[in-house]
Design a protein around this ligand. Structure first.
Ligand SMILES: NC(=O)c1ccc[n+]([C@@H]2O[C@H](COP(=O)([O-])OP(=O)(O)OC[C@H]3O[C@@H](n4cnc5c(N)ncnc54)[C@H](OP(=O)(O)O)[C@@H]3O)[C@@H](O)[C@H]2O)c1
Ligand SMILES: *[C@@H]1O[C@H](CO)[C@@H](O)[C@H](O)[C@H]1NC(C)=O
Length: 317
């Protein structure tokens, strides 16, 4: 009996220590955001919803930009309850449709006066095609956010100092951008195998880092700053479209060894509100600190090319 109690005690202690270790650094800023407006894309669940709760608690008006009206409205109720703020609204945005991105931006600019922080958080991990015939991961994770950011840029400039935060991933390190593949397939990779999907996702996350790199240059002197980041390995629902066998194997592992979504929101929050990081515009963060990226993730020529190709693909040039 006492051996059993000892076993349980040690197990609980080990679990608590592991959870403490995986949870990572926390956003230390106490910044309040009364009178400020924030957009969080993909905020009906996961890291995005936790980000929205924290920003609403700080007093911001928070726009949940989500593709599903039903899931978005449910999330509004949850965010309001958890933040004890009533200043939370849903606005429909499907990043897999350029038309939807344009409609969202028009509606937003017409009905809202300010934009202080734009958080490009939404992401998808599955193969497919967007309404406009782009690869789904390239289209949603990069192009949709590229167009959205550009359409909202003037408002961000008017409200400066303001920020643009784009949630990338450490997996961007295994990405690479083959522009000839892109012109042939409107995606930086092809195939449906486990590794194909992982790779295509990585390419899209490299786009997030290079987009932020180029954007920072274009924003010099405007007091609008931008950041990309890795949220950590987070126990969200991101892989909900992958095979059930894999998901079931991962579930118990994720519950112990992955960050929970609240911990996963900390680096996004750091980039969104931490005082004094304006000089680090264009950089990539992890665990609430700047991380040096590989040369391919700060290549000026590739970043510029990606920008120009992206402009063409969403009809901005
Ligand atoms: N989880 C991790 O370990 C991890 C690691 C590195 C980076 N990230 C990044 O973190 C970000 C948040 O992911 P998460 O882990 O919180 O995953 P999640 O729980 O799956 O949340 C993703 C969000 O994106 C939304 N979304 C997907 N496609 C969309 C579209 N076409 N238009 C608008 N919204 C769309 C989803 O909406 P629906 O509910 O309607 O599908 C959902 O709200 C993503 O950019 C992801 O790549 C996550
Ligand atoms: C940027 O902020 C600084 C410091 O507040 C201010 O002096 C400057 O005029 C601002 N520049 C623009 C373009 O708003």
């Amino acid at each position: 009996m006492s051996a059993f109690i000892l076993f349980v005690g040690v197990s609980v202690a080990v679990f608590i220590i592991i959870r403490k270790m995986v949870s990572g650094a926390r956003c230390k800023s106490k910044a309040k955001l009364h009178g400020k407006t924030v957009i969080v894309t993909g905020s009906n669940t996961g890291i995005g919803r936790e980000t929205a709760v924290d920003l609403a608690r700080r007093g911001a008006r928070v726009i949940l930009a989500c593709r599903s009206q039903v899931r978005g409205e449910v999330a509004v109720a949850i965010v309001k309850r958890e933040s004890r703020s009533s200043n939370v609204v849903f606005m429909q945005l499907d990043l897999a449709s350029l038309k939807s991105v344009r409609t969202f931006a028009e509606t937003f600019l017409k009905t809202e006066k300010r934009l202080d922080i734009l958080i490009n958080n939404a992401g998808i991990y599955m193969q497919g095609t967007t309404e406009d015939g782009l690869g789904l991961m390239f289209g949603v994770n990069h192009i949709g956010h590229f167009l959205l950011t550009n359409l909202l840029l003037d408002r961000l400039k008017e409200c400066a100092p303001s920020r643009i935060v784009t949630v990338s991933s450490k997996l961007h390190e295994s990405g690479n951008l083959d522009f000839s593949l892109l012109s042939a397939h409107k995606e930086f990779g092809t195939g449906d195998s486990f590794f194909d999907v992982l790779w295509i996702y990585s390419h899209s996350k490299l786009c997030n880092v290079l987009f932020t790199h180029e954007l920072a240059k274009r924003l010099q002197g405007t007091n609008v700053t931008c950041y990309s980041l890795h949220p950590g390995v987070v126990n969200s629902d991101l892989v909900r479209h992958s095979r059930p066998v894999l998901r079931n194997i991962m579930k118990p592992i994720a519950a112990v060894f992955f960050k929970d979504v609240e911990a996963g929101a900390q680096t996004t929050l750091h980039c969104a509100v931490q005082e004094g990081i304006e000089g680090l515009s264009g950089q990539y963060f992890s665990n609430c600190a700047v991380n040096k990226v590989l040369p391919k993730a700060r290549d000026d020529a590739v970043a510029k090319k990606l920008w120009e190709v992206s402009e063409k693909l969403c009809g901005l040039s």
